[in-house]
Design a protein around this ligand. Structure first.
Ligand SMILES: C[S@@+](CC[C@H](N)C(=O)[O-])C[C@H]1O[C@@H](n2cnc3c(N)ncnc32)[C@H](O)[C@@H]1O
Length: 408
């Protein structure tokens, strides 16, 4: 990866941080996400769906409620952006299988660039191994049930679309298809869910120098005792991207900002689809409301890591600017949030769910349930840093979605 990056920089000059991030995460041959399982205790970081089944279950309940509020349409596309190991989708399908109406309405659409992760997702959702080499796909927390598994109806016909690159039928009989981008997903009434997806999308970084905005770029480090092969430099002039992006807020008071036009394109596509085809979206991620400055960072082995050191071997990420996302879509859809993960999960009844699961759990399972609950909701852990934002069709004014208000 470092050789490729250096060759590219020598040929065409320093890369924007966004180009660097895109290359490091999703380069088809050596991108971080493309060929390995990066999650869990053996990986570099752990996400909420991997910590506790309650997370996916409550998101599924949120979806069932919104679907009913919309008049229970006979077809519901659940579209997950950046599905990781497929754990969130699997937990959601287990819940949908228990609700008669939605069970027969649902098809699942996974937006995933990684061949390795899409394979793992298929294994998890179908319960059938895809490749004999894929032995680590089953690592993860066990699921606890507080009720008997209900029997499943026959699956609907496979969702047919030329643009998918993989498909299967889930354990619960739901048709599942995979796409490389949102633009490939068929149009229709949809629930879009993006958990820790936007933080993986490329950001441009800008810094004010002598009253002028300059873009942070990645260059080869030519110094003889360079610690790494690469270093950050500031552009000599304002870049074209910079001129365009910084027009958004000419009164910006910060001296260092991050902008993710790729996130802007995705959120606008979500809003356009919701406005014209119906549906709703839930975006959950770590983020801020336009006040943070330098959040670009890397994680390896659950620790902070230098983002320029051994690119491709660590996750690189940046906090999501929720105010930027909202500013791009508030003319098309109604936005609720962002609210903290702790508030969302509490409002959705995580404590009640915890009590139910605890009745049938023992030993290690019981400990995992309690530590998972603490990890997800404790403000000093994931409870405050992670936020939820929802997008609803604009004809649903004067309605407050579950999760965003305390239950009566
Ligand atoms: C941080 S992981 C989150 C995984 C999962 N949502 C979870 O919470 O466990 C990011 C996911 O987004 C996928 N991804 C990253 N960039 C993407 C892109 N440009 N298009 C589609 N998927 C992408 C990765 O392969 C991975 O599945």
């Amino acid at each position: 990866m470092v050789k490729q990056l250096k060759a590219r920089i020598r040929l065409s000059g320093p890369l924007s941080v966004a180009d660097y991030m895109k290359e490091v995460l999703t380069n088809p041959t050596s991108g971080y996400y493309m060929h390995q399982d990066v999650f869990g205790t053996k990986g570099d970081f752990i996400t909420s769906p991997e910590i506790s089944q309650m997370f996916g279950e409550l998101i599924a309940i949120w979806c069932v409620n919104e679907w009913m509020q919309c008049g229970s349409p006979s077809s519901l596309q659940v579209v997950e952006l950046g599905p990781g190991r497929g754990t969130l989708a699997d937990d959601m399908l287990r819940v949908f299988a228990k609700f008669e109406g939605i069970r027969d309405a649902v098809s699942l659409h996974m937006v995933e660039v990684s061949p390795k992760l899409s394979e793992m997702q298929q294994e998890k959702l179908s319960g059938i191994p895809v490749s004999p080499h894929n032995t680590d796909a089953k690592e993860g927390r066990p699921s606890v049930t507080s009720e008997n598994q209900s029997s499943m109806t026959d699956a609907e016909a496979m969702a047919s679309s030329d643009s998918h690159y993989r498909n299967c039928q889930s354990k619960h009989g739901v048709p599942v298809s995979w796409y490389r981008g949102l633009q490939d997903v068929p149009r229709g009434f949809s629930f879009f869910v993006a958990h820790e997806f936007f933080d993986a999308l490329p950001v441009h970084k800008f810094q004010k120098r002598d009253g002028h905005w300059r873009e942070v770029m990645v260059d080869v480090d030519y110094s003889p005792n360079a610690e790494h092969h690469l270093r950050f430099v500031l552009s000599q002039q304002s870049t074209t991207t910079g001129k365009l992006l910084l027009q958004i807020n000419p009164n910006e008071l910060r001296e260092h900002v991050e902008q993710s036009p790729d996130s802007g394109v995705v959120v606008q596509e979500l809003a356009t689809r919701i406005a014209s085809d119906g549906g709703f979206a839930l975006i959950a991620d770590y983020g801020h409301s336009g006040e943070k400055t330098d959040t670009f960072r890397a994680f390896r082995d659950h620790k902070l890591h230098d983002p320029l050191c051994e690119p491709g071997t660590a996750d690189i990420t940046a906090d999501v600017d929720f105010s930027y996302l909202k500013s791009l879509v508030s003319d098309k859809v109604i936005c609720y949030g962002p609210i903290s993960q702790q508030s969302f999960l509490n409002n959705m009844g995580i404590q009640v769910r915890l009590q139910m699961l605890m009745k049938t759990a023992h030993g290690e399972q019981l400990e995992q349930l309690m530590s998972g609950y603490d990890m997800l909701t404790n403000p000093s852990k994931m409870g405050e840093r992670f936020k939820f934002l929802s997008l609803l069709q604009s004809n649903r004014k004067n309605y407050e979605p579950a999760g965003f208000v305390p239950p009566m």
